[in-house]
Design a protein around this ligand. Structure first.
Ligand code: COA
Length: 248
């Protein structure tokens, strides 16, 4: 386990927590790998009935680490982020998200794969992919229009317009909005409620509701093909460098 992802169990709920507060939970390759492993392990454990993904106060997740994007534009894309997206799409156990603070890029697009989402009143969801010279990923180009309608999905994914927690609830991405201090407890309660359901019946109902996983993973792969190309572009490289230079 790396220091930046902790995995703990609360009864039948596996809690996967991103803990890189100094970088607003920007995801490193090691963090993706830990989270992939935690999702796979949860699927294989009879004792675990539901998983929960959470961040730290003020930061659910600031997206992919932009330093890794810049490295990938020079040296090729490491598969670990892609493997995490496949694990998200293919996993068998329900996943509840506890979103407190910023959810940016994959921090937002992973929510389309969750079964239940609790957000704090101050949470914001945003996907500034195009401003970085990139396209939306994690099958969000398929799932977001289905979930929130094309017009709202375009404003979020392409125009990069952020959503407040209330907007995200209205758009059908978030189930419940609570005070920031209550996010984790509320999400855990929902996860425990799901975990208490009869597991085989839950698996059948969930499988039917999630539709065709193969379509979702195919979309992830197609997006990824474009994403890899765009990472090499001058526009993207300039945007990454501008973000990283901003702090010097
Ligand atoms: N990749 C790498 N580093 C990141 C990061 C990311 N995605 N998001 C935040 N960080 C780093 C910042 O560079 C900063 O590092 P430093 O302290 O060494 O300078 C630290 O996290 C804190 O971020 P900061 O910008 O100072 O905090 P803030 O509260 O003013 O803003 C964010 C927080 C998340 C809104 C802002 O950092 C941001 O916009 N990050 C980029 C998000 C993004 O575009 N993600 C990719 C989506 S595809």
């Amino acid at each position: 386990m790396t220091a930046a992802v902790t995995v703990t169990d609360e009864g039948a709920v596996r809690i996967i927590r991103m803990t890189r507060p100094e970088k607003k939970n920007a995801l490193t390759l090691a963090m993706y790998a830990e989270m992939t492993r935690a999702l796979h392990d949860a699927d294989q454990s009879d004792a675990i009935r539901c998983a929960m993904i959470a961040g730290v106060p003020g930061a659910f997740c600031a997206g992919n680490d932009i330093t890794d994007f810049l490295n990938a534009s020079a040296g090729g894309l490491d598969p670990r982020a892609h493997e995490f997206l496949h694990a998200l799409a293919r996993r068998l156990k329900p996943l509840v998200a506890a979103v407190n603070g910023v959810a940016i890029g994959v921090g937002t697009t992973m929510l389309f794969h969750c079964d239940h989402v609790v957000a704090g009143t101050g949470a914001t969801l945003s996907t500034p992919f195009l401003k970085l010279g990139l396209i939306p990923e994690a099958a969000s180009t398929l799932l977001a229009p289905m979930r929130m309608g094309y017009a709202r999905a375009f404003a979020l994914l392409v125009m990069g317009r952020p959503l407040t927690a209330a907007d995200a609830k209205d758009a059908g991405i978030v189930n419940t909005v609570v005070d920031g201090a209550e996010v984790d407890a509320t999400a855990l309660k929902a996860a425990q409620e799901i975990a208490a359901l009869p597991p085989k019946t839950l698996a059948v109902a969930r499988g039917l509701m999630r539709g065709h996983v193969e379509d979702v993973t195919k979309q992830i792969d197609t997006e990824s093909m474009h994403f890899r190309e765009l990472l090499q572009s001058d526009e993207a490289r300039a945007a990454f460098a501008a973000f990283l230079a901003r702090r010097k």
